[in-house]
Design a protein around this ligand. Sequence first.
Ligand code: PEP
Ligand code: MN
Length: 287
Amino acid sequence: MDEMLTGEAYPLVSRASRPEGSRIELAEGITVGGREIVLIAGPCAVEGEAQLLATARHVAAAGAHLLRGGAFKPRSSPYAFQGLGGEGLALLERARAETGLPIVSEVLDETSVEQVAEVADVIQIGSRNMGNGALLRRVARTGKPVLLKRGMAATVEELLLAAEYVLVEGNSNVLLCERGIRGFDGATRNVFDLAAIPLLKELSHLPVVADPSHGTGRRDLVPAMARAAVAAGADALLIEVHPDPEAALSDGAQSLTFDAFTALVGELHAVAEAVGRALAPAGRAVP
Ligand code: PEP
Ligand code: MN
């Protein structure tokens, strides 16, 4: 515990190594870790052209700064939809070309790191892979920013140690993501650890992303936890959005409708202002 508080176990990630905090450029003109809060939104999985492009256009117009979408999906069941793979990546590229939104997408294993890195502006390491040191090192070497999600049974210290794997390879562009941890109560999918947000900010200089979608598993709870995360000091939010959540191939129960996402962005402006921050300006130029 003492070691954790002093950061000796993760010297590169520790707040002590950069007391002023890190600002990380995710794509041209989009920096996270400063006063401005960044919104990452999109479907859990890329399901097809119509679904992805409609979502990308909507979240861009509503004020999101990056588009998320899994082409390779880590599913609990091998019989569940596993993602569109390369075809999904091609659709993400198209969505970026149309909307100007940079892409966040997950890499599942070492064999697809280059394939994902070719398209994604930010590479996501999912909860199930947080402790996969070999994958972390390999992704680090792409030089791309890494969105590192907390393992569903990982301590805050284990998350920081996982981030250290990326920094030790010479890549200090890591975002720490709180996405909820397993609890005993099935009323919510996970226990969204709100306290981890200011704690991570205290222990590390790296920006913190909050994911209330996976954190709660319930779309009715996502807006309140998104507002709370901004109030707690999150530097970015990751929000799942789907044109027809009931028909989604993954994580429909926690995906916001288009209207709910638009309403949430309006609320977040007010919360950000109340805590001395602001949402990053929307409306990146469409290329
Ligand atoms: C996701 O972001 O869709 C995802 C699979 O997240 P996690 O790794 O947090 O479960
Ligand atoms: Mn998901």
